[in-house]
Design a protein around this ligand. Sequence first.
Ligand SMILES: *Cc1c(COP(=O)(O)O)cnc(C)c1O
Length: 457
Amino acid sequence: MKHPPEPFKIKVVEPIKQTTREEREAVIRKAGFNLFNVSAEDIFIDLLTDSGTSAMSDNQWAGIMKGDESYAGSRNWFHFYDVVRDIFGFPEIIPTHQGRVAENLLFSETLKNGGIVPNNNHFDTTRANIECNGGEALDLVIDEGKDPVINHPFKGNLDPTKLNDLIEKYGVENIPLGMITITNNSGGGQPVAMQNIREISEILHQNGIPFFIDACRFAENAYFIKQREADYAEKSILEIVQEMFSYADGCTMSAKKDGLVNMGGFIALNDSDLARSIRENLIRIEGFPTYGGLSGRDLEAIARGLREVLDEHYLEFRIGQVERLAEMLNELGVPILLPPGGHAVYLDARRFLPEMSQSQFPAQALAVALYREGGIRGVEIGGLMFGKTDPETGKEIYPDLELVRLAIPRRVYTNMQMHFVAEVIDKIFKNRDAIRGLKIVEQAAVLRHFTVRLEEV
Ligand SMILES: *Cc1c(COP(=O)(O)O)cnc(C)c1O
């Protein structure tokens, strides 16, 4: 079945507020046309992020009651260890309270003398943690991965030629480790092929460079491999996952994605000396090595979530739900990035609002329209997030793409709610001439999109 139904039934419901157009109008004005300033209570369908927003299963909630909050050696730690060891294969496992701490702990040890870290595309926190630890983060995704509509099964692949050139240019001594992000979040959640993981691993290892995987959406990536790559159709998701990580020396993980929990993460690796020095810092900033910033019940929920996420029926529904939303919008003629990735659909605001100048923040204007029309919250990834003022000329520099990302939380919304989202967008698209541009009235010096206030022009 191409778009299978939800493979779960609903035991607990959380009411969501339906607001009137007038109420939403007042909310968005009070928020300075910035959806980060809107309370979650005033949102009907929240597609701000898929991170930490998953619904846990009855099995995970039951596990929470089995939480053992002993300071050292809690039984949930042993369960967590066994599951991570089995799935990812690495013997050294270090729990953290979320992915970015795993990154900081890894890079503060491996970048003591600075250095370059290649990746397909670094996620924002990965880049920030590399740069703050004195390193340089470089993106080497294949060129197809930058094209918004080209059809390629693995647009998240890291370009082996670019990697070889980089090693030649900077020298192995300046590349303390290489990474691949699966799926490629900053590149639209596009998958990476097994063949690519194998090839990148070979290049790095031939040069004596350790290879780490940013594993946040490892199960979604494995599902794409099963669907799209020859020789994997008959393999189980667990087998595919185990093979992916067999090529790496370690991984960093945010369990807020494919861990199917609301908080958590870890580092897993082979190198016991590196693990020892990471643990010393862990004790200083996160906690004892058998809990690392998490309570026993959190470790239990992650252990159970990591097993559940490997269920093929779940993944079929999950990837199918994202794909179905993309398909509905595409059929309605709404411009989106194609093909869709694993966790989000991206509206292309430059094609949606071709008349609007980039100086009027078309993606933000579209995000505001989504809220006004249907109480839907997406996130602008465009001039507001990435634009900056040239310090010399005082001119604004804009990014190439103006996108609104609609990230789909895991197991939270039904397909009927996704239909509603498509209908709202269709309505806006048909009335797109009515959408007004925005101008900034107040902004911070860095990361302005979080706090900026705007006004309609
Ligand atoms: C979310 C994410 C991170 C950071 O994890 P947090 O749990 O949010 O700290 C790192 N890399 C990728 C690819 C992510 O999606």
